[in-house]
Design a protein around this ligand. Sequence first.
Ligand code: TXA
Ligand code: MG
Length: 358
Amino acid sequence: MASVGNSIGQAAIWLQKGYPVAIPTETVYGLAANACDLDALIRVFEAKKRPLFDPLIVHLPSVTTIARYAKDIPPLAFALWERYSPGPLTLVLRKSTLLPDLVSSGLPTAGFRIPAHPMALDLLNSVDFPLAAPSANLFGRVSPTTATHVVDQLGDAIPYVLDGGPCIVGLESTILDLSGPEPILLREGGIPSQHIEDDLKITLQRPHHAYRVHEETAPSAGTLDNHYATTVPLICYRNNEELELLLRKESLWEAGQRTLPNARFPSNEPTLGMLRFQSDIPNKFLEVWDETKFGIRRIVEILSPTGDMKEAARNLFAAMRALERVSPLILAEMAPDHGLGTAINDRLQRASFKGDQP
Ligand code: TXA
Ligand code: MG
């Protein structure tokens, strides 16, 4: 079982020995390993049950160190680092021969990031190799934003979790591919892409499936369907009209009513989980709920009572995890579609249930 602590020295020792260690970053917890040690990298893929075709992000403490592991770095990269680093931004660049092919799943490029969490930076400065770190969750599942989340999924597979408290951003980094002629947005994240475009006066390509743009670009798993999935079906809706349509579905209530002999759920009471952006469902729906659907408990997670997008982003993954533990079905309200709301909605849609709707 992993031990949890706040010793940078302890974390560094495990990393030097070739073992993966979970580390805090400002976005989500990462499962870090020496990016130049093949055995250590294999252990990361194994612990996460992650397919080898999904490339890892390489974390370094400074632009100077990145310049050793990347090549042909375009001027735009320096401008972006100047503005946003350290921080929740990953740049895909051509990689130098110092990085093994396994890190990038055989691609000629790698993702590079300078994380802003002080403990991550301390650790990066105390070892003499880059840290490859995917999010510290099982492949396809919701990313961890506390040390406890990591232990829940990977506790048996890794020796040490460096506890740096809850992550303050709560969403993964924004990923830009700068390895081709035009900058491409591969993943919305902690820095809204719209802000980047406004700040730097650039236009990002936003192909629907970014990875199909040029052949040698990786399938960015964060852009695959069914990524960030909850363990129970999650259905998103945009507004009260869509909520009303959902609430009128008899099959939805049947799903909520399903007896839950499953040990995962603490109570056998019929339950529906509601993920809400700012407030509980409107009064008129509360009445419907109480009058006609009597007997189904509603468990509500509100992301930000004041409607603050940063707070909502910070709480998103913890709320998804909390609801999947208590309800066989989650109805999730989408955030306003601007700023960080775009990244929140991206995660909700990718997490959402793709099979036949209940
Ligand atoms: O905030 C974050 O980025 C966190 C923290 C730990 O730094 N890390 C993270 O890693 O979210 P991960 O592995 O869960 O997601 C990284 C994404 C994957 O979807 C991967 O496919 C994409 O980055 N990626 C990595 N290298 C790439 C490359 N060379 N080309 C295209 N996509 C790449
Ligand atoms: Mg991930």
